[in-house]
Design a protein around this ligand. Structure first.
Ligand SMILES: [Zn+2]
Length: 327
């Protein structure tokens, strides 16, 4: 038993592959070999499943041919995906199980006193404001008029003349973004002290429980730009590693489309690297001086048509080169 807590990757590296897999199917351990063979628990193909010991990458030759995976997988999965599939667990429980079986405790989570992230007292509801009020017209001209209903305008204090956009992670209230409405205001976005902007992500107000894809964006307004066409997530800036757990706990999401601002390409790369064990990742050719909101809903929809799936570093570098992006 290792007494040191560590990240998921170390737990994967130490995972007792053969003993775990033996609980689900017949294995052919092939002591010392690079690959552990097994009968595929999905298609039942004899010795068709091979798992590379070093990378813990599972491949079933038969499922990969198509039509044999019973809709459960396409015949290729990394360890977290394989464990999730065979155990039928949520991502959260999959994390826990990998750590438990590896004997590597999860990084300790210390509860902190909940900070006050409630809506500022000096904010008035935008529904009580005139249509020409700058806060209202700000949201309407940006194509996110549906937010007027839940937003408010600060008329004093730290967030004076900013639109207050309440933030939710699914049904859980997590704080707010205080968005500048005049070009002269900096920074563009403020968040209440103590809001978990490095751990939580924003989910679209009209979050669709059943959609299997989501766009990854930076701000609330960028995220809500997707409201008419699909699910989206806002990362309160670029994606941070600490947000991974919030993201993968959105269990039904299988595909992510990276819509960070056009000048954040290297953050797209690191985001994809972090998320690759859990979801399929796709990139879009966001122009360098644009973001999802400046492109608009329709523009984002068009950009999705040029999306490219990225599985490896090499895929990413190829697209980078082809689209003339800077890293
Ligand atoms: Zn199979």
């Amino acid at each position: 038993m290792n007494d040191r807590s560590a990240g998921l990757q170390e737990a994967i590296d130490s995972f007792p592959l053969v003993s775990w897999l033996s609980k689900h199917t017949r294995t052919y351990p092939n002591e010392g070999g690079a690959v552990v063979y097994a009968d595929c628990p999905v298609c039942t193909g004899r010795k068709k499943l091979g798992i590379y010991r070093s990378k813990k990458l599972a491949v079933c030759g038969r499922c990969k041919d198509g039509g044999h995976g019973q809709g459960k997988w396409e015949g290729v999965a990394n360890l977290p995906r394989l464990v999730k599939m065979l155990e039928g667990t949520s991502w959260r429980d999959t994390f826990k199980l990998i750590h438990a079986l590896s004997g590597i405790p999860e990084p300790e989570w210390k509860p902190e006193e909940a900070p006050d992230v409630s809506i500022p007292k000096d904010a008035i509801s935008l529904t009580s404001c005139h249509e020409e009020e700058p806060g209202v017209s700000y949201l309407r001209t940006r194509g996110v008029g549906h937010l007027v209903e839940s937003a408010s305008l600060c008329i004093g204090g730290k967030y004076h003349e900013r639109v207050i956009l309440p933030c939710y992670y699914r049904d859980e209230y997590i704080g707010f973004e205080a968005k500048a409405i005049y070009p002269s205001q900096t920074p563009k976005s403020l968040y209440p002290p103590g809001m978990a902007t490095r751990k939580k992500v924003y989910t679209l107000r009209d979050w669709r429980q059943k959609a299997t894809w989501a766009a990854v964006t930076e701000s609330v307004v960028d995220c809500e730009t997707f409201s008419p066409i699909g699910n989206a997530i806002g990362c309160f800036g670029v994606f941070k590693r600490g947000q991974l757990a919030s993201l993968v706990e959105l269990d039904q999401i299988k595909d992510l489309y990276w819509f960070l601002d056009g000048d954040a390409w290297k953050h797209v790369q690191s985001g994809i690297k972090a998320c690759a064990p859990f979801v399929r990742n796709h990139v879009v050719p966001m122009p360098n001086d644009q973001d999802p909101n400046s492109l608009g809903t329709e523009g984002c929809g068009l950009l999705m048509e040029s999306a490219r799936e990225v599985r490896t570093d090499l895929d990413f570098l190829e697209v980078t080169h082809e689209w003339g992006k800077d890293l």
